[in-house]
Design a protein around this ligand. Structure first.
Ligand code: F3S
Length: 286
């Protein structure tokens, strides 16, 4: 079987940094280590950390279960401002592993809303990254998930807007939303905060999916960037598989599959990508 492996597959800069931070803490910090939220959206990584004694804090309420001498590592896509305040107020030590690109959005939203501008965020309102971004607005803030939401958006035309995006938002959809807002005649400050890592992965995956007979997208089911990669690939290649590990692959591919493309979300570890690749090339596990 011929395999085309995407060059930009697996851990992005921010995820690698966050995961490395937790492993460093496990190794060098004698305190009990916690992560606020799963450190990344990948069950395999979270399970491995659990086996090393790392506990996940899932909500502000659960902060009361954290021991006074514990250390919390904040996940790659950030937490709401109020939650960070709570951690500080409890006096627990913490290491902020929020990706710098997400931090940049917090800063923009904070500064722009303090200037009195209304904040628009393109993204999924329920995603923890977006919940975090929303929390930095000091005034009105709206989340636009679809072109329909953008079409329906009505505020007086003199309202000054600043538009940012969830880092993993689809670039084409972002441009379409911008066009809709521009056509409504708003004074709008547009800051494209979509992460390059996402764009690179999406463009490359689409290209590979168009020439492959089958396409495999590897990542956690809760990873929004992996899900988007899957959607992009499925639109180009009818035999597209979403797998978390090699165990989710079909025993046999349908007839006529000779070339298989492989890509992976930004939170997929290298060893899982290698296992899938070896299995597809040779038909055996590592
Ligand atoms: Fe950061 Fe981009 Fe990854 S925002 S966490 S480098 S996808």
């Amino acid at each position: 079987m011929e395999v085309i492996l995407a060059e930009h597959a697996g851990f992005c800069f921010g995820v690698k940094k966050a995961v490395d931070t937790v492993y460093e803490q496990v190794e060098h910090n004698d305190n009990k280590i916690y992560t606020y939220g799963p450190i990344i959206h990948n069950e395999e990584v979270v399970k491995d950390l659990e086996s090393k004694g790392v506990e996940v804090v899932n909500s502000p309420e659960e902060l009361s279960n954290v021991s006074d001498d514990g250390t919390i590592v904040i996940r790659a896509h950030g937490i709401p401002r109020e939650t960070e305040e709570k951690i500080k107020n409890r006096g627990i030590s913490y290491v902020d592993a929020t990706c710098p690109f997400v931090k940049r959005i917090h800063k923009i939203v904070d500064e722009e809303s303090r200037k009195g501008r209304t904040i628009i965020i393109t993204g999924n309102a329920k995603h923890p990254e977006v919940e975090g971004i929303v929390s930095w607005a000091d005034g009105p803030v709206y989340v636009i998930e679809s072109l329909e939401d953008a079409e329906k958006f009505t505020l007086p035309v003199e309202t000054e807007l600043t538009l940012v995006s969830q880092t993993t938002f689809n670039y084409k959809k972002f441009k379409d939303v911008v066009e809709i807002f521009n056509s409504k005649g708003y004074n709008i400050n547009i800051v494209n905060t979509i992460c390059n890592a996402t764009q690179e992965r999406q463009t490359e995956a689409e290209k590979i999916a168009a020439e492959a007979d089958a396409m495999i997208v590897i990542g956690g089911t809760t990873s929004s960037n992996t899900r988007k990669l899957y959607e992009i690939c499925a639109a180009k290649c009818k035999h597209t598989y979403f797998v978390q590990t090699v165990d989710d692959l079909p025993k046999d591919f349908p007839e006529g599959i000779y070339k298989v493309g492989i890509t992976a979300g930004a939170s997929t570890p290298k060893n899982i990508i290698e296992e899938v690749q070896t299995y597809v090339r040779t038909g055996t596990d590592i």
